[in-house]
Design a protein around this ligand. Structure first.
Ligand code: GRF
Length: 222
């Protein structure tokens, strides 16, 4: 008899729209998906993603960062309490717009992942689509990576590439990248939840990556 798989309990941290969060919730609806979304935590009460999570029957929590002034760690300790209260084993940042302290990052090392809208290490930081257009790159995309103290620099788990078209604006390019994000984030979380990702010297090695066959999305999404 096949041993029933234990689904990893995942917390998703958001600050806004929450479309990546929604993609993770959708993926986790499949009974054979190795993770379940235990809680969605937002640092903003007006994040649109909160309503979407509630509509999907997911527990939500708001930890308003502004109540903690400049004390980032105090804010994170409260977030940590919420994570503990929901038995979180993995944390996915999905448009979470707060810088994390080394205290939090170290505590979740290897269990904290983020999605960034560029092919890292290119275009770390904000406004990635406008900067990609300005730089004239022909290929752009998204990356899912482990979070380390060095912002947007942690080991890369999965990437998706999309073409940059002549007529693109930052908005049309962002929409093409976002569609790719929604494909790779659930895939990357699945690989992490299945404990198939090993990090060595800052690189991720995926057990059975060849069999998975979907580690990069080819540039065919025109
Ligand atoms: C995404 O582009 C993500 O890569 C970046 O912030 C955006 C969040 O969008 N970190 P959403 O809230 O998931 O819709």
């Amino acid at each position: 008899m096949v041993k029933p798989m234990r689904r990893r309990r995942v917390a998703v941290l958001i600050s806004g729209r929450g479309s990546n969060m929604a993609a993770l919730i959708e993926a986790a609806r499949a009974p054979d998906y190795p993770a379940e979304i235990a809680v969605v935590i937002s640092n903003r009460a007006d994040a649109a993603g909160l309503a979407a999570a509630q509509a999907a029957g997911i527990a939500t929590s708001v930890v308003d960062h502004s109540r903690f002034g400049n004390d980032r760690e105090a804010f994170e300790r409260r977030v940590q309490e919420m994570l503990d209260a929901h038995g979180s084993e993995l944390v996915c940042l999905a448009g979470f717009m707060r810088l994390l302290t080394p205290w939090f990052v170290r505590r979740w090392e290897g269990r904290l992942i983020n999605i960034h809208p560029s092919l890292l290490p290119a275009f770390t930081g904000l406004h990635t689509h406008a900067r990609a257009l300005e730089a004239g790159v022909k290929i752009h995309g998204a990356s899912v990576h482990f979070v380390t103290a060095d912002l947007d620099r942690g080991p890369i788990i999965a990437q998706a590439a999309v073409p940059v078209l002549d007529a693109d604006t930052a908005d049309t390019l962002a929409a093409r990248v976002l569609a790719a994000e929604h494909r790779i984030y659930p895939l990357a979380l699945k690989l992490v939840a299945e404990e198939r990702v090993r990090v060595m010297n800052g690189r991720c090695f995926i057990d059975g990556a060849a069999a998975e066959g979907l580690l990069t999305v080819p540039a065919q999404m025109i």
